[in-house]
Design a protein around this ligand. Structure first.
Ligand code: ADP
Ligand code: ASP
Ligand code: MG
Length: 406
């Protein structure tokens, strides 16, 4: 007997038939004698619709009200799945974040999980009841619903698995595992049997949305065995595990992209000590994450251009913050561009091998793709390019690094 957490994403619970299919999968685990908690997302498209309603009312909405709205999709699917399980003769009940309670910090819209009180869940699971838990949501210190950022149900699932000391956390989705790159864009993408926590963390953090970044951080910290697999076909998935469980390590293990980037340039900012702090301090205070940054060398020693990226969701707020401080920051003008994509190559092999970046730049040059911003880390190289080249760049790089499936 094992204790397992099963998580089903939006497509997997996208309509009533699919919810019934999920119920059958859950029942199969129960029939094997396992204690089961299930985490569900909202039906596919629902969260996008709810976010859209919020931005139609105000592009700079109150994040607490945003959370009140966007968390509702998950409440629907928990109730429906609990009913579908009951129909199959399985004892089940739904749980919202606040009922558990799953406590978070106060960063509405991208809250972090702080604790999960699961004594009640455990005693019911031990009696054979399936806990159907709403992903993506918890309760903040202000006693209000807080959501965990887009794709946050993965994190709910891994956090619950850690809190329940579960033997496994199975993430069921619409692809049958983690691939070398998004299989929906690159047909020659190859499925990985295993991937290290570290590489999965990098892949996720640069846009491979198959797992939310925080879920991988959490899995790595608590050593949760995470498996990514399909809710539609029975096939072995991908295990996210420690480096020493993987025999052969590739130089480049994956390529990811993120369309969720927007570029801001402050033209002619004063080139003086403290200018970066003056720009990025207020953005951090407004809870806006800045990703890539380039500061040009100033030709005249007096002014320079500062280019950086934020998520599309934060763009309006970032521009507002910077415009409000225009006189203090003393820049000439602000330009913004959301038609950009960040493409990244990842591999732990980069630590010991040179040439990964060179291959990337050459491949893009051969396709006539201009690189706007570059950033690197120990096991990653990222470039910002025009969005229209996403597919072309991914396919060319996938081939250049020898990742194409046979
Ligand atoms: P869910 O709704 O189940 O959470 P998501 O849409 O969030 O599913 O994540 C699954 C999607 O992630 C896939 O449909 C695929 O297009 C995308 N994806 C991006 N990169 C990868 C990758 N390297 N391997 C597998 N899927 C990936
Ligand atoms: N429903 C939320 C979203 O679409 C959470 C999730 O699916 O993981 O972002
Ligand atoms: Mg997801």
């Amino acid at each position: 007997m094992a204790r397992i957490v099963m998580k089903f994403g939006g497509t997997s619970v996208g309509d009533i038939e699919r919810i019934k299919n999920v119920a059958r999968r859950v029942k199969a685990e129960v029939d094997r004698g396992n204690e089961v908690a299930v985490v569900v997302s909202a039906m596919s498209g629902v969260t996008n619709q709810l976010v859209d309603y919020c931005t139609q009312i105000s592009p700079v909405y109150d994040a607490r009200e945003y959370d009140a709205v966007v968390s509702t999709g998950e409440q629907v699917t928990t109730g429906l799945l609990a009913m579908a399980l009951q129909e199959l003769g399985v004892d089940a009940r739904s749980w919202t974040g606040w009922q558990i309670p799953l406590r978070t910090d106060g960063a509405h819209g991208k809250a972090r999980i702080q604790s999960i009180e699961c004594d009640e869940l455990v005693s019911r699971m031990q009696r054979g009841q399936v806990a159907v838990v709403a992903g993506f949501q918890g309760i903040g210190p202000d006693n209000r619903i807080a959501t965990l950022g887009r794709g946050g149900s993965d994190t709910s699932a891994v956090a619950l698995a850690a809190a329940l000391q579960a033997d496994r956390c199975d993430i069921y989705t619409d692809v049958d595992g983690v691939y070398t790159t998004d299989p929906r864009i690159v047909a020659k993408a190859r499925k990985l049997d295993k991937i290290t926590y570290e590489e999965m963390l990098e892949l996720a953090s640069v846009g491979a949305k198959v797992l939310q970044t925080r879920s991988v951080e959490m899995a790595m910290k608590h050593r949760v065995r995470v498996q990514v697999l399909s809710s539609f076909i029975d096939a072995p998935g991908t295990l996210v595990c420690d480096e020493d469980e993987i025999v052969e390590q590739e130089l480049v293990s994956g390529i990811a992209y993120s369309r969720d980037e927007a570029k801001i340039t402050l033209v002619n900012v004063q080139d003086r000590p403290g200018v970066a702090a003056t720009i990025f301090g207020p953005l951090a205070d407004a809870n806006i994450n800045v990703d890539m940054i380039v500061q040009n060398v100033s030709e005249d020693g007096a002014t320079t251009d500062m280019t950086f990226t934020v998520t599309n969701a934060d763009l309006s707020r970032a521009v507002k913050v910077l415009e409000e401080r225009k006189s203090e920051l003393n820049y000439e003008r602000l330009t913004q561009d959301s038609n950009v994509v960040k493409v990244s190559v990842i591999g732990v092999g980069m630590r010991s091998h040179a040439g990964v970046a060179k291959t990337m730049f050459q491949t893009l040059a051969e396709k006539g793709i201009n690189i706007q911003v570059i950033s690197t880390s120990e096991i990653k190289v990222s470039v910002l390019i025009a969005e229209e080249y996403t597919e072309l760049a991914l396919r060319a790089l996938h081939t250049a690094y020898g990742l194409d499936a046979a």
